[in-house]
Design a protein. Structure first.
Length: 413
């Protein structure tokens, strides 16, 4: 039996080849990083047509003829920023909606200040959201609009639609947690046992850095190791680097979370699971899911580690609508919106679903002109029917006064 020999020459030649590749990649990578990179987010033009405190309403400028009778309002979560739906040209949910001919609005929740720690679910849903929706209804002189919610913004949209079903024509929920009685996601396990009173009493508003660190710990190997290994392996690919930087800019552009919203959301939802059991009360009114009689499209991700399918899929079993549909996509929490592959199965699906239900809305009586409307960019935002914040037994900020001067010019996030 002959002893096998180690092919030293083959190993050395392979090492030389790999070394040359590494050198070439490092040289090209330095050229990419030192060169001009296009990493700007949210390039699609829009106007700020309504503003109240930190809240802005974006109205996107049409890219084609508007082919829908009913406008669509998108409500993002209070965590991270709505710019995720418009990361870059060619990879933008906003662009796809506009190209379909949808008249598109989106809420920008802004960056909470210290006074915002006292504003809870009632203030955001029956206050800010309701004011925005009433503004859109008045602008278009219609009774109902289409509403689309994302993650926590989807939960807000479900609650709003149950409290104000007369104002919502069609409801779309995406990666929206409604069933919090599940152990499938580590986030659900953490929130079930967190001392939320101590957190809010300590911080006031929940700091964005604390939230981001917690999200990284949900999957540290992928989010803190694999991610940057992939970056180094593609350092010489300018398009990859630009996409990587855009995504990181979005991830770490995180507003703080209003303290009272965090307290109530954790207690009522994660720890009480009140929404699905029709035990939730907002502003003194019961949130009855049977009042969701409008068409409902519910989309979620099969591999979502933040909002697992078990937290989303049961919603349609509890609503009163006879026109309801679940769609589960083979992707994660963010991939639904930013993956080129799943954008083909996401935005067009929503656009087509809304088109099938886009009957001509009933016109309202012509609105009376306000004597001194507050100006916003491009249009006049009527705030004469502004709602005060809800009264609470705990210390609250003073009611939001109506602003008489025009807001500053809109800037890109």
């Amino acid at each position: 039996m002959t002893q096998s020999k180690i092919p030293v020459d083959l190993i050395l030649s392979k090492l030389v080849e790999e070394s040359e590749k590494v050198q070439s990649r490092a040289k090209k990578g330095s050229e990419v990083l030192l060169g001009e990179l296009d990493t700007e987010l949210a390039k699609t033009p829009y106007d700020v047509v309504y503003q109240e405190d930190r809240i802005k309403l974006k109205h996107y400028r049409p890219r084609t003829e508007t082919r829908y009778h009913t406008p669509l309002l998108v409500v993002y979560a209070l965590i991270n920023r709505e710019t995720m739906l418009d990361l870059q040209p060619g990879r933008s949910v906003v662009e796809r909606f506009l190209d379909a001919g949808i008249d598109l609005y989106m809420i920008d929740w802004g960056y909470p200040t210290r006074k915002d720690r006292f504003f809870g679910l009632d203030d955001h849903i029956n206050g800010y959201m309701d004011n925005v929706i009433d503004f859109i209804r008045r602008q278009h002189e219609i009774d109902k609009i289409n509403l689309m919610g994302i993650c926590m913004g989807g939960t807000f949209s479900v609650i709003y639609s149950a409290l104000h079903p007369e104002k919502i024509k069609n409801l779309v929920t995406t990666v929206t947690p409604t069933n919090f009685d599940t152990k499938k996601g580590l986030l659900h396990v953490w929130m079930e046992h967190i001392d939320v009173d101590r957190v809010v009493d300590t911080f006031g508003n929940l700091p964005a850095d604390v939230m981001n660190f917690g999200f990284l710990l949900l999957n540290p190997a992928r989010l803190m190791i694999d991610k940057y290994v992939g970056f180094m392996e593609n350092l010489d690919n300018q398009q990859f680097v630009e996409n990587f930087v855009r995504m990181d800019k979005w991830i770490f552009d995180s507003p703080d979370l209003p303290g009272e919203v965090f307290r109530e959301f954790v207690k009522y939802c994660y720890q009480g699971n009140m929404l699905l059991n029709n035990k939730l009360e907002i502003g003194g009114r019961q949130v009855d899911l049977k009042k969701l009689t409008m068409p409902l499209l519910n989309i979620y991700g099969k591999y979502d580690h933040l909002v697992p399918p078990e937290a989303c899929e049961t919603l349609i079993n509890h609503v009163g609508s006879g026109d309801k549909k679940n769609i589960c996509l083979d992707t994660g929490h963010i991939g639904i919106y930013v993956s080129s592959k799943y954008q083909e199965a996401f935005a067009p699906e929503i656009a087509n679903w809304l088109k099938e239900r886009d009957k001509i809305p009933k016109k309202k009586a012509p609105r009376k002109k306000s004597a001194a409307p507050r100006k916003a960019t491009g249009v006049n935002a009527d705030t004469s029917k502004k709602k005060p914040i809800a009264n609470k037994s705990k210390p609250v900020a003073k009611p939001r006064p109506a602003k008489s001067k025009a807001p500053s010019e809109p800037t890109k996030p």
